[in-house]
Design a protein around this ligand. Structure first.
Ligand SMILES: C[S@@+](CC[C@H](N)C(=O)[O-])C[C@H]1O[C@@H](n2cnc3c(N)ncnc32)[C@H](O)[C@@H]1O
Length: 281
């Protein structure tokens, strides 16, 4: 991220969530605040996102990862989880539309510049901040999540759900695994949902998807938020198991296509963006 500036990719992801409401009628993931949080620029941002055919795949992936995370979270809350940490929250709106009353405490953790900008957006859009929400500004590359949460009333012994969407690719491997180690080391039971990408392999990963990925990598580099880490699935899952995570569900392009887009033509790819749910028992 560029120092002192809010994340531009957070705005990009939010624009694609809003575009999903308009262009796909929220079919995968319905978010009644997705447009409102963008303020007066919403329609222009949606138009811009919709005009670029290389962003269609990403728009649907963002809808899928958010739906996957919120479905897993709903199941966990039904089983008694009472604490949620939204890591790298960007303009995520979960905390402002969830209907858990005061049953679920939510901590939004983000880079200080992005979080300050989000709070302005919320105020401008007159979206109320629930009393169950706590903001925790943390730069993952400079401070530990433990320090960021410790002073803000986070209960390490409570069963906790972590969502970490659209962040892992922008962090170094060291920052990613130290965050996972923190989650795995909590005395309470923990869930984590995050997404990652396989390393691009030109030739092997030929076709439109590779072109879309190249376009995205160039776009994020241009705004100072280059991708910093990619993972081979087998190696990543082995490291998650080594850290103590169990019941790992890893959906790659083929599983995502089968679950969320059944009946769509074309051979499913086996490499690309993945979304993972893992449990630390
Ligand atoms: C692509 S956005 C995703 C935002 C949101 N989770 C979503 O899905 O819309 C990336 C997020 O990662 C955060 N981020 C990137 N680098 C970070 C760092 N070093 N420390 C804390 N947050 C970081 C940005 O502030 C931004 O909110």
């Amino acid at each position: 991220m560029q120092s002192g500036q809010a994340s531009r990719t957070a705005l990009g992801a939010a624009a694609l969530r809003a575009a999903h409401q308009v262009l796909d009628h929220g079919r995968i993931f319905a978010d009644p605040l997705a447009l409102r949080i963008l303020g007066p620029d919403a329609q222009a941002l949606v138009r811009e996102a919709g005009d670029d055919p290389t962003r269609r795949r990403l728009r649907l992936f963002i809808a899928v990862r958010t739906r996957f995370a919120e479905d897993a979270l709903a199941a966990a809350v039904a089983q008694g989880v009472r604490q949620l940490v939204v890591l790298g929250a960007g303009l995520d709106t979960y905390a402002y539309r969830a209907s858990h009353g005061d049953r679920l405490r939510v901590f939004e953790v983000d880079h200080p510049s992005t979080q300050a900008w989000k709070r302005e957006r919320l105020a401008d859009a007159a979206i109320p901040v629930p009393s169950t929400l706590t903001f925790a500004p943390v730069d993952f590359e400079r401070e530990t999540l433990a320090d960021g949460l410790a002073s803000r009333g986070f209960d390490p012994s409570a069963r906790t759900f972590f969502t970490w969407l659209g962040v892992v690719p922008y962090l170094t491997e060291g920052a990613v695994f130290s965050t996972l180690a923190f989650i795995a080391g909590l005395p309470g039971r923990a869930h984590v949902v995050f997404d990652y990408a396989n390393p691009p392999a030109p030739g092997a990963q030929a076709g439109e998807a590779a072109g879309d990925h190249e376009a995205l990598a160039a776009r994020v580099a241009l705004v100072g938020e280059s991708f910093k880490s990619y993972y081979e699935s087998d190696a990543l899952l082995a490291r998650l198991r080594g850290a103590g995570f169990r019941d790992i569900e890893d959906l790659g392009p083929a599983q995502i296509a089968a679950r969320y887009f059944p009946g769509r033509g074309g051979p499913p790819r086996d490499r690309g963006g993945h979304v993972v749910h893992a449990l630390r028992i």
